[in-house]
Design a protein around this ligand. Structure first.
Ligand SMILES: [Mg+2]
Length: 189
């Protein structure tokens, strides 16, 4: 029998923390992005990224209740493997925060890699280990697409890749939805 895997991103999916990504551009200028902005940022040649805020202990992040409730429900069913999969370099601050503030004991995997393919690769390893029912939730459309593409590669298993939108305003959700359908349409051209 196949095994079940449930995977959640952390930043802006389960909680919104005050952390920024600092970019130094090829011309020497700098910009600062929050995780939602970073999720849709198209890297330019010569950009260098600094993720220092994500290596610290968490500074009172705001819980995204709907998704944390979902996480809690999934953890309560022992036949499911439930993991937080983060691009952060350190998993410990996330694990510690869940335990201390929410009383949730959760397995955290820190990839130290913000490339969407890194998340897809981690999930693909689990497909190879016999997981056949997989659900993934992330606020980054790039991550959702990378993981979602595994469904095409493995049509016999179930890969459900879901975009978390709870951290967005109504307008941002609308824009994202429009972008999503326009991309879908372009795929048909
Ligand atoms: Mg995120």
């Amino acid at each position: 029998m196949g095994k079940t895997l449930r995977v959640f991103d952390f930043d802006d999916t389960l909680a919104k923390s005050v952390s920024y990504i600092y970019i130094r551009h090829a011309d020497g200028s700098q910009s600062t992005l929050d995780p939602a902005e970073y999720a849709v940022y198209e890297p330019k040649a010569g950009d260098s990224f600094d993720f220092r805020d994500f290596n610290r202990m968490l500074n009172n992040p705001k819980v995204i209740k709907k998704n944390v409730d979902l996480l809690r429900r999934m953890i309560s069913s022992p036949e499911k493997k439930v993991t937080i999969l983060t691009a952060r370099k350190l998993g410990f601050p996330v694990k510690y925060w869940f335990k201390k503030n929410l009383g949730i004991d959760v397995y955290v995997v820190a990839l130290g890699d913000a490339n969407p393919q890194a998340k897809a690769d981690w999930i693909e390893q689990h497909i190879k280990k016999g997981y056949t029912d997989i659900a993934f939730m992330d606020d980054s459309i790039k991550n959702v697409k990378a993981v979602g593409s595994l469904q095409k590669k493995y049509p016999d298993i179930r890969v459900k890749s879901v975009l978390a939108v709870e951290h967005l305003t109504t307008n941002e959700r609308k824009e994202l939805l429009e972008q999503y359908y326009s991309d879908k349409f372009k795929e048909l051209l």
